[in-house]
Design a protein around this ligand. Sequence first.
Ligand code: UD1
Length: 338
Amino acid sequence: MNILTTGGAGFIGSHTCVELMKAGHHVIVVDNYVNSQPEALRRVEELGGMPVKSYTADVCDAEAMERIFSENEIDAVIHFAGLKAVGESVHQPLRYYRNNLDSTLTLCETMERHGVKRIVFSSSATVYGVPDEVPLREDMFCKGCTNPYGWTKYMIEKILGGIVEADPEWSVVLLRYFNPIGAHESGRIGENPNGIPNNLMPYITKVAAGQLDHLSVFGNDYATHDGTGVRDYIHVVDLAKGHVDACAYAAQHTGCEIINLGTGIGYSVLDIVNAFEKANGVKVPYVITDRRPGDVDACYADPAKAEALLGWKAERNLEDMCRDAWRWQTMNPNGYKG
Ligand code: UD1
C-alpha cells in the first residue's frame, strides 16, 4: 500500500515508517519539523532500504494537503502529527486544541474529497483518565482527561468515530498507546525531545550520560508495590509493528475499532531505574520528590484485543527497551545533531 504518515519524522512515526517499508509498503511523509528533524527521515531511508517521499508542510495547511493527495495515490493514512507535551498543553490550551483538532479536520476533509477512507490514529492511554481499575480495557468508560493534550486525543477519537457513523465505508483504527520507550536496535533513530525531557526514559538516559545531574522520582507514596508510579512501557519497535498490523486490518475491515497497544505488564519508576542500571552497567542517581500533579498510581493495558484483532503482541522486554534506549543515547549524545 501507499501509506501517508503525518508526523512521520517524529519518534513513533520514524520507527513506524521503517517497519512499514520492511513490510513492503511505500511511505509518504508530511511533517512540519516543529518537533522533529529531517535527518530522521534520511536515516529511515537508510534503515528501510528505499527512498521516502516527503513533504515539508503543516497538516493544518489545506492547500498543501490537497497537493499531497493530488500527487499521490494514497491507500491509507497514519495520523501521528500533533503537539504532545502534557505540561505545555496546560499552559497553552488554545494552541493545543487549535493545532491538534484543526490538523485532523483538514486531513479528514482532504481524505474525504479524495475518497481515501482508511485511517490509523495515534491515540493515548491518557484518554482513560484516572482509572478505577487496571488493566485497562478498550470498552471501559473514559471518565475524562487531566490535561488539554489528553482531551485533544479524546476529541479526535470522537471526531473519527463520527465520520464512520456518517459513512460506514470508512475504516478507523484508534490505537491507544501506553508508554513507548526504547529505540531502533541500530541506534540510528530514537527519541529526540526538545530541551529537558518530560518523560521518564529520555530523562534517565540523559542522567546516565551525565548531561543531567539526577532523576527526580515523582512520589513514593502511590498504592503500588514500591510506592512509585506504575506504567506499561512498550518498546517503540513493537509499537511500530502494531501500526503495520493496524493498516492491514483497516484494508480488510470497515468501521471503527479502539485498540490498546501495551504489553500488559506494569513496571514502577524504580523498576525502570534498576533495570536500566543492570542492563547497561551505568548508575542513575535519583532523589524522591513530590508527586507530579495529574499522575496516577498505576496504568497498564489489557492487550488481548490487539492480539485477537490484529494478531499483534509485544515481543521485546524491559531489558531490550533499556539497552536500546541507551544505545541510541550513546551513539547520538546530541540527538540528530550528531
Ligand atoms: C505521559 C502522558 C501520556 C503520554 C506519555 C508520552 C498523561 C497523564 N500522561 O505519560 O498521555 O502519552 O506521557 O510518553 O497525560 N516520572 C518521574 N520522574 C520524571 C519523569 C517521570 O518519576 O522525571 C514518573 C512519572 O511520575 C510516572 C512515570 O515516571 O509515574 C512515567 O512518566 P512519563 O514518562 O512522563 O509518562 P506518563 O506520565 O505515564
